[in-house]
Write a protein that binds this ligand. Structure first.
Ligand code: PLP
Length: 400
């Protein structure tokens, strides 16, 4: 295929088309239609002038694998397009994206306003690491937006949101809270991992940066780790400059797997949105189930906000069982179509409790403080036939 037949850099399309075509400007190599996995640490130049121009950023090209590389650049471009961002930079994992963003943008004496139940690794940064570097972190009650506004008013350099939350699927009002942060010139950063760019685009709601653990839905096949930060060019550049020195770069093989996964992101997300809603309704109507957390349910306290800022409600739900923590193990072991594993966002259904999944890095006391119930099951809906998943849940519930 000639280069001419490929879409231009900022082509306009719907998300399904963008997932397939965005960033696919390669390869030139032997007329391969697919982006090659370029395993090269360095890139050679025939003239010193040309080499200098690339180093100075005046010409396109790559220098050294820790800074940038061709396969990784295609991955970044795909997600940049899906999030309608000015720029994007990738990292080795989602946590590298999150921690590099904090360490690149903040200085001692500054203040983060965030929520109580962030992802476990993020909470750990808030509780242990950032305070040691003189960064103050205030964690508000996740759904008390008045408290957020009061805390922002007291001083805020960075507003950090994650919505829907993991694992209790609480919903934060991105537009309202971004507006409050704007009055303090604070940066607004949103972890969009659970929603996916198909369901939610925080940049269009007022955020400056959006972060993904690409390990989850973006890759979708549970075989590669990665992270990405997208948004305003000046901020992305600061994160990139910190990351290239800090060294947490994405490798070419992981980038290739993530590109391959991304091509079906829109298809997978539609299926997972539909199945999760069906299963949430089923669980809600079941006698053995205590509470179901899914923003697509009309009874969910965040449903209205979710409906206004999301196009679909995502593939993750959680629920508690009648009988509490003791019967979780018996129930989980009965599931035929679910990996019991610390992960989410894959093509296979994945289930587990917070203490061995999203919050395995935190202690029981920290989970209590963060408002994470111990008797919860997080259920990441895969792309299996929803009828089979429902029968599976029904059989496991019937057996306990
Ligand atoms: C998994 C996850 C992360 C961390 O990503 P890794 O790729 O595991 O480092 C961050 N935020 C959310 C919401 C996650 O689910």
């Amino acid at each position: 295929m000639s280069k001419k037949a490929r879409p231009e850099k900022n082509f306009k399309s719907r998300a399904g088309t963008a997932a397939v075509w965005a960033g696919e400007t390669a390869s030139g190599f032997e007329r391969a239609t697919q982006t090659p996995v370029i395993h090269s640490v360095s890139y050679g130049y025939e003239s010193l002038d040309e080499w200098n121009a690339v180093v100075a950023g005046d010409a396109e090209g790559h220098i050294y694998g820790r800074n940038s590389s061709p396969t990784v650049a295609v991955f970044e471009e795909k997600v940049r397009h899906l999030e309608a961002a000015e720029a994007a930079t990738s990292t080795a994992t989602g946590m590298a994206a999150i921690s590099n963003t904090f360490f690149a943008l903040l200085s001692p004496g500054q203040r983060i306003v965030s929520q109580k139940d962030s992802y476990g690794g993020t909470s750990k940064l808030f509780l242990d690491f950032l305070p040691r570097f003189g960064v103050e972190v205030v964690m508000c009650d996740t759904t008390d937006f008045d408290e957020f506004e009061r805390e922002i008013d007291k001083g805020c350099d960075l507003l950090y949101l994650e919505t829907p939350t993991n694992p209790t699927l609480k919903v934060l009002d991105i537009a309202r809270l971004s507006k409050a942060a704007r009055t303090k010139d604070a940066h607004v950063v949103v972890d969009n991992t659970i929603a996916t760019p198909i369901n939610q685009n925080p940049l269009t709601l007022g955020a400056d940066l959006v972060i993904h653990s690409a390990t989850k839905f973006l890759g979708g096949h549970s075989d590669a780790m990665g992270g990405i930060v997208c948004g305003r060019s000046n901020l992305v550049k600061q994160v990139y400059q910190f990351r290239e020195i800090n060294g947490a770069c994405l490798g070419p093989m992981a980038a290739y797997l993530l590109i391959r996964g991304l091509k079906t992101l829109e298809l997978r997300t539609q299926r997972q949105n539909e199945s999760a809603l069906t299963l949430a309704r089923f669980l809600q109507s079941h006698d053995g189930v205590d509470e179901v957390f899914y923003p697509g349910l009309e009874s969910h306290p965040g449903h209205e906000i979710a409906a206004s800022q999301m196009r679909g409600f995502g593939g993750v739900l959680s629920f508690s069982l009648q009988g509490g923590e003791q019967i979780i193990g018996a129930f989980l072991e009965k599931l035929r179509f679910a990996h019991l594993a610390a992960h989410l966002g894959g093509v296979e259904t994945i289930a587990g409790p917070p203490k061995t999944t999203s919050h395995c890095e935190t202690t029981a006391e920290e989970r209590a403080e963060l408002g994470i119930p111990e008797n919860l099951i997080r259920y990441s809906v895969g792309i299996e036939d929803p009828e089979d998943l429902q029968e599976d849940l029904s059989a496991a519930l019937g057996s306990i």
